[in-house]
Design a binder for this molecule. Structure first.
Ligand SMILES: Cc1cc2nc3c(=O)[nH]c(=O)nc-3n(C[C@H](O)[C@H](O)[C@H](O)COP(=O)(O)O)c2cc1C
Length: 192
């Protein structure tokens, strides 16, 4: 018989992000964050390549990244809406962990599996933050895919990219549930 962990299952069945704009101070301290990063690093990783790392963006770095997002938006002739959205995640940010996908050369492990593993780390970190009682939100936005922003703002190497900015701080409000997938529509049972 399986040994159930009903608290963990209840958490997974009810977990819900907290929109970044609703997050408030305080953000977790370095001490608070350490077990959450440890949990996130305990993610499935084919071939033990560890194809990811963390950049913790603390409050003091947010203004610099907001200004860089603005500068990149101007250089790329982004719309006013795209510009405002790109800088707002840093303007309103208290703390965000940039989960960085680090592609490792491997003859055995396909690149896409390293990408999947980085995505798993993002969700594990978000879930650890929520389980610890923080509000959290996984964001990207176009800046996450802008090479210049990533190089200048975060110091990423060529084999690295942003899998997600996981914003973590105190929750301001609990959002209503959002529609969830129709399980029958996305599930096929293969019996033979
Ligand atoms: C890779 C990825 C990138 C995302 N980027 C954004 C974003 O830039 N802006 C946004 O509003 N939501 C973004 N989202 C969606 C938010 O994380 C949203 O809060 C989430 O889908 C809520 O899911 P939950 O209620 O199941 O936790 C992104 C989601 C993923 C998986």
């Amino acid at each position: 018989m399986p040994a159930p962990n009903p608290d963990a299952l209840d958490f997974l069945l009810s977990r819900r992000s907290r929109p970044a704009k609703t997050l408030r101070a305080p953000a977790p301290t370095r001490e608070d964050l350490a077990p959450l990063l440890t949990a996130a690093a305990r993610s499935p990783d084919h071939g033990k390549l560890e194809p990811w790392r963390f950049i913790v963006i603390e409050a003091g770095a947010m203004a610099r990244l907001a200004d860089l997002a603005q500068a990149r938006a101007e250089a790329l002739h982004k719309s006013a809406e795209d510009t405002a959205k790109a800088r707002s995640q840093f303007d309103m940010g208290h703390l965000a962990v940039a989960v960085i996908e680090v592609q490792r050369p491997s003859e055995k492990i396909p690149a896409i599996e390293q990408t999947y593993s980085a995505g798993a780390v993002c969700l594990a970190l978000l879930n650890a933050a929520l389980a610890a009682g923080w509000g959290g939100n996984w964001l990207t936005g176009w800046v996450a895919h802008d090479r210049e922003f990533c190089t200048t703002g975060l110091g990423l190497a060529e084999n690295e990219r942003v899998a997600g900015f996981i914003h973590i701080a105190t929750e301001g409000s609990i959002p209503p549930e959002r529609p969830r997938p129709d399980l029958d529509a996305i599930t096929e049972w293969v019996a033979e």
